[in-house]
Write a protein that binds this ligand. Structure first.
Ligand SMILES: Nc1nc2c(ncn2[C@@H]2O[C@H](COP(=O)(O)OP(=O)(O)OP(=O)(O)O)[C@@H](O)[C@H]2O)c(=O)[nH]1
Ligand SMILES: [Mg+2]
Length: 483
C-alpha cells in the first residue's frame, strides 16, 4: 500500500486506496446473509448477546446495518446521495426502534451503529435484508453490501449464510459470493442451518434432527465447494436465553409445576399455548410473550428441564439453553477460522483492491506491481494455506478422503492452534506437539515425493509439509526451557 499510494496521489484512485489502507487496521467484517426471515437479525443479536438488530417488521430490516464496537452508542445513516446524518436513539433508547425521521428506507444506503461491545471488538457484524426473489430491491441491497464496490473493494471479508432448507437460491447466492472476482473463497463462508429448533415441528429431538441434517449438508460435495462448514443453530433460543429474566423464569417454573396434563395440553401447539384458556397460573398474554421470546421448542424444553430438576435457577436454565442452541460452536468457528485468519483475509481484500486499481487506472509500473502482488500471494505461506484449503474443500485435488480430511485439519480447517491442526487435545504441550508434528511431517514428505502421485497431489503435499515444518519449529521453540 505504502508503495502504491504515492503513484496515485491526487488521482481518483487515491480515496479507494486510502479506504483500503484504513481497513487493514479495522476488525474483520462479517456479513450475515440469507433469505427473507431466515433469522439473520436474531442470530446477530445472539452473537452480540444483546438485542441490537430489529427483527420481524420495521423499516430497519430493509436496510443494510453495520454494528461496530465504539466508545459510545451512536447511529449514523449514510445516505444514497453520499451525505451522512446522525440519528437520535429511539424512544426506548435502543436500536430496535430507531427513528429514521423523515428519511425513507430508500434514501438510506446503510446504517452505521457504534455500540460498546466485547463481541464486536474482533468482528464488525453486518446485518443484511433478506434475499428474496419477490423483492429484487432488497436482494440488490444485500448483494451490493457483499459485492466489491469501487476499485474492487469488497464490503465484507466473510459471510455467515443462514438457510433453513437448502434452496436453489441459496446455492446461487453462495456461488455468486464465491465467484467474486477477488480472492474470496468457500472458506470465507460458513453455512448455518438456522432456526434449528423448528425442525420437525419443534419436537423434543428437533436439535438432534437439525444436527443430522447439517452433517448431511457438510458432506454434500456441492455445498462443500461453497462454504467451509454447515452448523445447526437455534438463534432465537440463544438470543433469548442469554437475556433470560427472573420473571420469565418464574412463569416457566409455574408451568413446570402445574399438573402435567394441563401444561402438556397447552404445549400441544403454538396457537393453543398462546391463546387457550387453561387452569395454569400463567395467563395467555404472558404465554404469548414467552412463545415470542423462546419459540415452542424453547418453552417445551425449559418446562422439561425444570420438571426433571436438571436446572433449578434462572442462571442454570439460561446456560443450558444457550449451550443447546449451538451458538457456542458457531462462535468458536467464527473466532478460530475467521478472526484467527483476520490478517490473511484482510490482506487478501487489500491486494484485491490494489489489483483492481492497477487494472482500472494503469500506471507505467503496472506490470511489475502486478508481478509483485502475484509473488506475495504465491509466496506467503498463509496465502498458500488458504488457497489450498479451499481447493481441498471443493474436491479439486484427488486425495483419498482420509488424507484430504487430515490435510484440511493441518492447514487450519478446524482451528489454527497447533494442537487443533495436529488433531491433539487443546492442552497438548510442546513435546507432544513436536512429536506429532515430526511423524506427520514424515508421512507427508513421503507423499510429496511419491512418484506415482499426480502432480497436484504432490504440490499439495509439499504445502502441507511446509505447514508441518512450521508446526515443528514453533513446538520446539515453545518446548525449549527458558534461558
Ligand atoms: N423458532 C425460532 N424462531 C426464530 C429463530 N430466529 C428467528 N426467529 C423468528 O423468525 C422471525 C424473523 O426473524 P428475524 O431475525 O427478523 O429474521 P431475518 O432473517 O432478520 O428477517 P429479514 O431481515 O426480514 O429478512 C422472528 O419472528 C423471529 O422471532 C429461531 O432460531 N427459532
Ligand atoms: Mg433482519
Amino acid at each position: 500500500m505504502a508503495k502504491v499510494a504515492p503513484l496515485y496521489r491526487g488521482a481518483p484512485a487515491a480515496p479507494v486506496l486510502e479506504r483500503a489502507t484504513r481497513r487493514l487496521d479495522e476488525p474483520l467484517r462479517v456479513a450475515i446473509a440469507g433469505r427473507l426471515k431466515a433469522g439473520k437479525s436474531t442470530l446477530l443479536n445472539a452473537l452480540v448477546g444483546q438485542e441490537l438488530a430489529a427483527t420481524d417488521a420495521g423499516e430497519c430490516t430493509r436496510i443494510v446495518t453495520w454494528f461496530r464496537d465504539g466508545h459510545t452508542y451512536r447511529v449514523q445513516a449514510l445516505l444514497r446521495d453520499g451525505s451522512a446524518r446522525q440519528l437520535p436513539p429511539g424512544p426506548t433508547g435502543g436500536l430496535l426502534d430507531i427513528d429514521l425521521g423523515r428519511l425513507g428506507a430508500d434514501d438510506v444506503d446503510r446504517l452505521l451503529v457504534d455500540w460498546p461491545s466485547q463481541a464486536l471488538r474482533s468482528m464488525t457484524l453486518v446485518d443484511t435484508p433478506g434475499l428474496d426473489s419477490l423483492s429484487a430491491e432488497l436482494s440488490r441491497r444485500t448483494e451490493a453490501a457483499l459485492a466489491p464496490g469501487a476499485g474492487g473493494i469488497s464490503e465484507a471479508d466473510a459471510v455467515v449464510y443462514l438457510m433453513r432448507h437448502v434452496h436453489a437460491s441459496d446455492m446461487r447466492f453462495l456461488e455468486a459470493f464465491r465467484d467474486d472476482p477477488g480472492e474470496r473463497r468457500a472458506i470465507n463462508a460458513v453455512g448455518v442451518l438456522a432456526r434449528a429448533d423448528e425442525v420437525g415441528h419443534a419436537r423434543p429431538d428437533a436439535l438432534e434432527s437439525a444436527a443430522t441434517i447439517a452433517a448431511r449438508y457438510r458432506e454434500d460435495q456441492r455445498l462443500r465447494g461453497l462454504c467451509q462448514t454447515v452448523m445447526p443453530v437455534a438463534g432465537l433460543l440463544a438470543a433469548s436465553a442469554a437475556t433470560l429474566r427472573e420473571d420469565e423464569f418464574r412463569a416457566l417454573g409455574r408451568l413446570a409445576t402445574a399438573p402435567e396434563a394441563d401444561t402438556d395440553r397447552l404445549l400441544l401447539s403454538a396457537s393453543r399455548f398462546a391463546t387457550a384458556e387453561a387452569d395454569v397460573d400463567v395467563d395467555a398474554r404472558r404465554r404469548a410473550f414467552l412463545l415470542d421470546r423462546y419459540g415452542l421448542f424453547g418453552v417445551r424444553r425449559s418446562v422439561r428441564l425444570l420438571r426433571e430438576g436438571t436446572v433449578t435457577t434462572a442462571g442454570e436454565l439460561s446456560r443450558e439453553l444457550v449451550r443447546e442452541s449451538g451458538l457456542g460452536p458457531l462462535r468458536e468457528v467464527l473466532t478460530t477460522r475467521f478472526a484467527g485468519r483476520a490478517d490473511v483475509l484482510r490482506a487478501q481484500s487489500a491486494l484485491t483492491v490494489l489489483e483492481g486499481v492497477i487494472k482500472r487506472w494503469p500506471v507505467s509500473t503496472a506490470a511489475s506491481l502486478r508481478t509483485e502482488i502475484e509473488q506475495i500471494t504465491a509466496g506467503a505461506h498463509e496465502f498458500v494455506e488458504v488457497r489450498l484449503l479451499d481447493r481441498l474443500h471443493t474436491g479439486a485435488i484427488p486425495l483419498p478422503d482420509e488424507e484430504r480430511f487430515e490435510a484440511e485439519r493441518l492447514l487450519g480447517g478446524e482451528g489454527l492452534a497447533p494442537p487443533a491442526r495436529l488433531g491433539l487435545p487443546d492442552d497438548a504441550r510442546g513435546e507432544e506437539v513436536a512429536r506429532a508434528a515430526q511423524s506427520t511431517l514424515g508421512r507427508w514428505q513421503r507423499r510429496a515425493e511419491h512418484p506415482g502421485s499426480p502432480r497436484e497431489v504432490r504440490d499439495a503435499a509439499r504445502a502441507v509439509v511446509r505447514t508441518c515444518e512450521g508446526l515443528l519449529v514453533s513446538a520446539r521453540r515453545v518446548g525449549r526451557p527458558a534461558g
